[in-house]
Design a binder for this molecule. Structure first.
Ligand SMILES: [Fe+2]
Ligand SMILES: [Fe+2]
Length: 231
């Protein structure tokens, strides 16, 4: 199964590089978008990202996304109304896709931070609780689809582990990801975790037990991540 995954295009910031990267690729079985596809809540730009993908790869494969911190909460409804028919944005939701004879269960979430940013603390009520609830919710969803899906993918924006943040000052992990999500992944062991948000890491792949973890943030990886799995 050919999976393409990318995050942090921050359209239009990396639009040109994104086009160049897409021009070398072929149509996948599944395309995952790990959040921060737009910049500073500019909802009306989201369809441009999908236009670019379609112009290089065509249609007819599922595109599945989660929200990043740049898809501000107050514009998420607007984003969904603009792109609902072209992409499944899973916001603390799961969906099972039948691809190449396999049932692929995907859970999408923004993820959590150990330490909310100052902005989040000032603007989002009970943010710490909300972050904890997100990890619990992801854990429940992973458990719920365990028997229904042949493979499980956790698609998130923030990182679930330190390993794919290497190259950053690790003391800043609290602003990149969440230890609670690490525990969720370690205990639930989905087959794959895709995340973005970490723009400067040197190490993009890691394992948590038997779970493959990939940071697909475009500024870090410099290309769209290609995975060939479960063949
Ligand atoms: Fe980003
Ligand atoms: Fe981000």
């Amino acid at each position: 199964m050919k999976i393409l995954a990318v995050g942090d295009i921050h359209y239009p910031r990396y639009a040109q590089e994104f086009k160049e990267a897409l021009s070398t690729l072929e149509r996948p079985d599944l395309f995952l978008l790990a959040g921060d596809m737009i910049n500073r809540g500019a909802a009306e730009e989201f369809p441009n990202v999908l236009d670019i993908i379609e112009s290089y790869l065509g249609k007819g494969f599922p595109i599945v996304g989660c929200f990043g911190n740049e898809e501000y909460s107050e514009v998420r409804k607007k984003i969904l109304s603009l792109v609902r028919k072209r992409i499944d944005i899973l916001d603390e939701q799961s969906k099972i896709y039948k691809i190449n004879g396999l049932k692929i269960g995907i859970i999408g979430t923004q993820g959590s931070l150990d330490k909310p940013t100052n902005w989040q603390r000032e603007n989002i009520p009970n943010i710490k609780k909300a972050f904890e609830r997100r990890a619990d919710r992801a854990s429940n969803l992973l458990r719920k689809i365990r028997k229904k899906a042949d493979r499980r993918i956790l698609l998130m924006h923030y990182s679930p582990c330190l390993e794919t943040c290497e190259g950053k000052d690790l003391r800043s992990f609290a602003w990149l990801g969440s230890k609670k999500f690490y525990a969720v992944v370690a205990s639930e062991q989905p087959d794959l975790v895709i995340h973005g948000h970490v723009h400067n890491s040197d190490v993009h792949a890691a394992m948590i037990g038997s779970t493959k973890v990939r940071n697909v943030a475009f500024p870090a990886v410099g290309k769209i991540t290609e995975l060939d799995l479960w063949t």
